[in-house]
Design a protein around this ligand. Structure first.
Ligand SMILES: [Zn+2]
Length: 494
């Protein structure tokens, strides 16, 4: 296989996978069959393809080596994905069919978390949670085989361990990021404990030491704010927000809205780039509640980014690269719901001060959770044994979020290829980006057409540059926790 064959096949494979994902989650195709798509590209998922890229990268005269580095990262993840696909398909199928029995009711496993969030009776929440953990435990041996196989293959490919493969493949500085995660956890500890305690008392009537995992799910659901977020206004609010930035959603032919209600459609908004930049699906099923608004803005942020990528961008920059970049743009949009000035104009509500406080506490909870996930996953993926990892998981997570997290979730609460690190980098960078937008365009940057033009310029390079390089372009020295900690300190005073 030559490099140009690899490039053409990689794009074809990615687009085929994206289309399958769109059809399945939009409720247009009942089964998800990613394995059969991988099977169509045996050359791409072979060791030879990786070796071909290595040879090109070894040539000193290689033009634009970054493109080949991104392509190699994709080949590494496809190679592992191909090897573990049977486990992944079996886990997905078992999960899709698993049900749990609580009292006289049968609940599908995948809806258990939503059922807990909507269940007012705490003892029933506990029973749903317990039954959910039983399914998790049943599937753990399969997950352990899949993770173990990835770990072994990483070593076979010549890496020290899976962590090493992800760091070198994706160019991630996981240890540097872990340092920032530790610092973030330490600096926000007192603030988090004080405000979580206040929220637990206010919404659940519980003390901090009484909180259990299902209590957090119930609390974050926050039904008391639902009135401000009605399904009929959802799309209009998004359209107006873009109009203020000088972007006309209806004129953006590349973004195709799928708003039709279908029985099997995912209730949560999602974005699928079928072909970048001109065919981007933005799929929504309008429902009430702030979560749905934020999900649309998050996915809408991805859709905007993909649709503004320069048509002359090479495949590697349009489709591959540092995912922290697209996640940052998605976060920038869903974080409008944390900005009181924006809320006043777009989603007026009687309890705005309380809502802003609550969303900042949720933000702090989420970032601390991802810091803990990174620290746990670094240990997990740098070891060749899984025993004891369940306790490490429970310890890291419980210490960070101050709720006793059950060890059973240690292989279920896991994103492939250190995606947790890309989220964490995006969380830091989106705050730096907002800080820069405020400095350039004022506190109402979201209503400045100049800010829209500035973002379009950033979007046009796809994921060519990493968030570290984008931060440098803004005048910062790399990623820093400062702007994020500053925002949280302002809204969560102690
Ligand atoms: Zn996202």
């Amino acid at each position: 296989m030559t490099v140009s064959h690899i490039q053409a096949d990689a794009q074809a494979l990615l687009e085929a996978l994206e289309e399958e994902i769109y059809l399945h989650y939009a409720g247009l195709k009942p089964d998800l069959n990613l394995s059969s798509i991988y099977d169509r590209y045996p050359g791409l998922t072979s060791r030879q393809a990786i070796q071909t890229l290595d040879q090109v990268l070894a040539q000193e005269s290689a033009p634009d080596p970054r493109r080949y580095q991104y392509l190699k990262a994709f080949l590494l993840s496809s190679y592992l994905g191909q090897a573990t696909k049977h486990f992944d398909d079996r886990i997905a199928t078992e999960e899709a069919h698993a049900t749990i029995q609580v009292d006289d009711q049968t609940i599908s496993y995948r809806h258990a978390t939503i059922a807990i969030a909507n269940e007012p009776d705490r003892e029933r929440q506990r029973r749903i949670h317990q039954a959910q953990l039983e399914v998790v435990e049943r599937l753990t041996p399969l997950r352990a085989e899949s993770v173990g196989l990835s770990h072994r293959l990483a070593v076979e490919l010549g890496y020290q361990h899976y962590t090493d493969l992800c760091m070198k493949g994706k160019g991630l500085d996981l240890y540097g990021l872990a340092e920032r995660a530790r610092q973030f956890l330490a600096e926000t500890e007192d603030r988090y404990v004080a405000h979580l305690g206040r929220a637990a008392d206010r919404y659940l009537g519980l003390r901090l030491d009484q909180l259990e995992p299902f209590d957090i799910r119930r609390m974050l659901r926050a039904p008391s704010f639902d009135e401000a977020f009605t399904a009929d206004r959802l799309l209009g609010v998004f359209r107006d927000a873009l109009a203020q930035l000088g972007i006309d959603l209806d004129e953006r032919q590349a973004i195709r809205l799928d708003v039709e209600a279908r029985a099997r459609k995912s209730p949560r908004a999602f974005c699928v780039p079928l072909h970048i930049p001109d065919r981007i699906m933005l799929v929504i099923m309008p429902q009430n509640g702030c979560d749905d608004y934020r999900a649309l803005f998050h996915e809408g942020g991805h859709a905007l980014h993909f649709s503004f990528v320069s048509p002359s961008s090479p495949f590697e920059y349009a489709y591959l690269g540092d995912n922290s970049v697209t996640e940052s743009f998605a976060f920038l949009f869903d974080h409008l719901f944390l900005d009181p000035l924006w809320l006043e104009e777009h989603v007026p509500m009687p309890k705005q001060d309380e809502f802003v406080w609550f969303t900042h506490l949720e933000e702090l909870f989420m970032v601390r959770r991802y810091c803990a996930k990174l620290l746990y996953e670094l240990g997990l993926h740098s070891s060749d044994r899984l025993d004891g990892q369940d306790d490490r998981y429970a310890r890291h997570l419980s210490e960070a979020i101050h709720v006793n997290i059950p060890p059973q979730m240690y292989l279920t609460d896991l994103d492939e290829g250190f995606y947790c690190a890309e989220y964490l980098q995006a969380w830091l960078f989106q705050a730096q980006l907002r800080h820069a937008l405020r400095a350039r365009y004022g506190p109402r940057w979201f209503a400045a057409p100049g800010a829209g033009a500035f973002l379009r310029d950033l979007w046009s390079s796809g994921q060519q540059y990493t968030v570290w390089e984008l931060a440098a372009q803004l005048g910062d020295t790399g990623l820093t926790t400062e702007p994020l900690i500053q925002e949280l300190a302002e809204r969560l005073p102690i």
